[in-house]
Structure formats: structure tokens, C-alpha cells
Design a protein around this ligand. Structure first.
Ligand SMILES: Cc1ncc(COP(=O)(O)O)c(C=O)c1O
Length: 403
């Protein structure tokens, strides 16, 4: 390499670094997202079975698509109210009365463009640089990323894995709360572990948060993906309307609507104005015509959901049986969500193992390190696909694991 060439390379490098510095420093500080990295690693490779992302392979049912298409044809293509159409907020209130047996006025429902955005809006309303969020992990990486963008710090409290069960040690959680803690972030049922808070645990957490004057931010996106009962216990079962509580939810998982980007928040009366302010400057409103599809999902989506749950229940049992038979795979029995979160003896480097499964098995899964510090070594498999596809993936995984 000539001296001149070297000089050019150095100056190109400096130029790139100086351009990078023009972005907010928080973007340089974002932690890696190994799940997204694996998706990129698998892209372009042929014959890959994708069980690495949190969605099934069934398209949105026709009756939901038709409602949105009709709204589109009728010209529902204008801006709507910041917190959602009144009819949709009313339908959410009726849905909670029917499914959760809760009497919540429509003014407590804030429609958002996705559960992810619901989380960003909630965090933007609650935390600043210097605040701390205590998060129960393993947790979906994007939620940690959402906190990182606010510049609040994150204190991760891991569930314990005892006798093939994920458990929350409440004392450990409460001991992690400091003077700077503003929010307890809890995902129940949990992606990726399937751990689901019991009613008494929710009560203890809410009591503690009340005593300390801190927020509970509860992600209940998988609240309906439960194999015993109609829905998981919710903080809303026990909260008063003036509690410091925001509950994030989504249309994505229950009604095969991941590409629609539709979610909601349930909050207190005071939260309505604050979330409206944040949403106004963030997204102005949720797209209008898809909200008609969302209404159809709430009103007529139970049969579709029940059908999906039948498939996923049977898929779950297939995964559990197959992994048990392999002898060197360990996982808890997921009573909710559509994930198997497992560990293979001798495979401690989950990123290397995930890459190997892509290369040798043609199966894309998600490495545990994508779900927080303590989840390293685990792998997440989404079983919300057709049985045939799942069985083919398990055959391929088994060939690698037992080779
Ligand atoms: C715990 C959790 N919350 C939120 C979301 C995102 O939901 P949405 O598709 O509505 O953005 C996911 C998606 O995987 C999730 O696992």
C-alpha cells in the first residue's frame, strides 16, 4: 500500500467518524441486537425455515381485511383523532368488559400505531435521562432498546430458572429499586420465557409501586395467548383508575395483524392528556382505515383466536415432546405465548449456535442474548406456524443437535 493510499484511508475513516458524531450520542451507545443480527445473517440464504421472529404464518383473516378495505373504499383516508377513533376506543372498552370482566371507560383507551409505539409513547411520557427503569428479564430486546433511546438507565432483574420453571423473586425485584427508579417494566406473559405473573404477584408489585410512588409499565401483548383460561391475569384487574399504571397491548399477536401496526395503551384519566400530547408530536394519529379492521378483530375475532390457540397448543406439545426425547435440551413448559425458550447441553455460545443452525439446519431461531444479560446461552423458537413447517424445522434441528 502506498503512503498516499494509506493517508486517503485514514482521512476517509476520520470523515466517517466525524459524520457519525453528528447523530445523537445515544445512538452510538445503543447495545447490540443479536436477534436482528441473526435475521440479517440468514437473509439471502436459501431454504431457511424462519422461527426466529414473533409471528405466525397465517395471514390476517378475511373479515378483518374486508372491514379495513371497505373503510378504505369509503374514503376513510383522512387524519383521525390523536388517540384513536371514538368507535374503536368504545369497542376496546366493550372488549375489556366482555373478556376481562372490567368496567373501564373508553377515555382510558389510547389507540397507537403498534404495541411498539405504545411502549415508546409511554416511556416518552414517563422517563428522562437520569431516571432508571427496572426491567424484569429475559425480555424482548426492542423494549430495552426503547428505554435506551430515552436515555434512562436500565436495571435488569432476571427471572430465576428453578426446576424447569421461570420464577420471579419479588424480594430481588424490590431490592433493585433505587431512588432513581421511576418505572417497573414487566412483560406478562413474557416473551421469550412464557412466564406469566400470578394475581398475587401482580398485587404485591402494585402495592410496592404504590408505596414507592413509582410507575408500573406492563406489556400485556400476549395476554390472550394463553392455553388454560381466556386471558392472563392483568394489572388492570386490581388497579384503581388513579394508579401510576400504563398497560401496553397490541392487535398483532391475537389476530395475525403484525403488519398492520396497531396497538393500544390503557391508562388513567390523567394519562389521557399526557399521552395525547406525546402522540400528537410523535405520530399525530393512528392510520384511520386500519382502525376499522381492528374493530372487526375485537368484535368477531374470538373464533379465529381459538382456532390459532388450538394449533399452537398442539405445536407446543410437539416441541416439548421432541426436545424431551433429544435428551440434551432443557426448557420450561410454556403455559402462554408461542415461544419455546430452550438450552442445549454444551452449547453455551448462543450466537454461534444460532449461526450454526442457520448454516447447517437452514432454521432461523433467536439467540438468548437478544433477551437481556441473563438470557445468554438460551435460544428462542417461535412455534406459531403450521405443524408441517414446525416438524420439518425440528427434524433439521435434531439432526444438528444429535450429530
Ligand atoms: C413483549 C412484546 N411487546 C410488544 C411487541 C410488539 O408488538 P407490535 O407488533 O404491536 O409492535 C412484541 C413483539 O414481538 C413483544 O414480544
Amino acid at each position: 500500500m502506498t503512503e498516499r493510499h494509506e493517508e486517503n484511508l485514514v482521512s476517509m475513516d476520520e470523515d466517517r467518524r466525524s459524520k457519525e458524531r453528528k447523530f445523537r450520542p445515544v445512538l452510538h451507545a445503543l447495545t447490540a441486537n443479536p436477534g436482528a443480527e441473526m435475521v440479517r445473517y440468514a437473509r439471502g440464504k436459501s431454504d431457511i425455515i424462519t422461527l426466529g421472529q414473533g409471528e405466525g404464518d397465517a395471514p390476517t383473516p378475511d373479515f378483518i381485511c374486508d372491514a379495513a378495505a371497505e373503510a378504505l373504499k369509503e374514503g376513510r383516508t383522512f387524519y383521525g383523532p390523536v388517540l384513536g377513533l371514538d368507535e374503536l376506543r368504545q369497542k376496546l372498552s366493550e372488549y375489556y368488559a366482555r373478556i376481562y370482566d372490567l368496567d373501564l371507560p373508553s377515555s382510558r383507551f389510547f389507540v397507537t400505531p403498534s404495541g411498539t409505539t405504545a411502549m415508546h409513547l409511554s416511556l416518552a411520557a414517563l422517563v428522562d435521562k437520569g431516571d432508571e427503569v427496572v426491567a424484569v428479564t429475559p425480555i424482548w430486546k426492542n423494549l430495552l432498546g426503547a428505554v435506551e433511546l430515552t436515555q434512562a438507565s436500565i436495571n435488569q432483574v432476571a427471572l430465576d430458572y428453578v426446576d424447569d420453571q421461570w420464577q420471579l423473586d419479588l424480594d430481588k425485584l424490590f431490592a433493585a429499586v433505587t431512588e432513581r427508579t421511576k418505572v417497573l417494566l414487566i412483560v406478562t406473559p413474557s416473551n421469550p420465557t412464557g412466564w406469566t405473573a400470578r394475581a398475587d404477584e401482580l398485587q404485591a408489585i402494585l402495592d410496592f409501586a404504590r408505596k414507592r410512588g413509582i410507575w408500573v409499565l406492563s406489556d400485556e401483548v400476549y395476554g390472550r395467548i394463553i392455553y388454560d383460561g381466556v386471558r392472563a391475569p392483568s394489572f388492570l384487574d386490581i388497579a384503581h383508575e388513579d394508579d401510576l399504571l400504563l398497560v401496553v397491548n397490541s392487535f398483532s399477536k391475537s389476530w395475525a395483524m403484525t403488519g398492520w401496526r396497531m396497538g393500544w395503551i390503557v391508562g388513567s384519566r390523567e394519562a389521557e392528556d399526557k399521552i395525547r400530547d406525546v402522540a400528537l408530536y410523535n405520530n399525530l394519529c393512528t392510520p384511520t382505515f386500519p382502525q376499522y379492521g381492528a374493530m372487526a378483530a375485537l368484535e368477531g375475532g374470538e373464533e379465529f383466536l381459538a382456532h390459532q390457540l388450538d394449533l399452537w397448543r398442539s405445536n407446543r406439545d410437539i416441541v416439548v415432546e421432541r426436545f424431551k426425547a433429544m435428551g440434551n435440551v432443557h426448557m420450561s413448559y410454556p403455559a402462554s405465548t408461542f415461544y419455546a425458550f430452550f438450552k442445549v447441553d454444551g452449547e453455551d455460545d448462543c450466537i454461534a449456535f444460532t449461526k450454526r443452525l442457520i448454516d447447517e439446519a437452514g432454521v432461523l431461531l433467536s439467540p438468548g442474548s437478544a433477551f437481556g444479560r441473563e438470557a445468554k446461552g438460551y435460544i428462542r423458537l417461535c412455534f406459531a406456524v403450521s405443524e408441517a413447517r414446525l416438524v420439518e424445522a425440528l427434524d433439521r434441528i435434531e439432526a444438528v443437535i444429535t450429530s
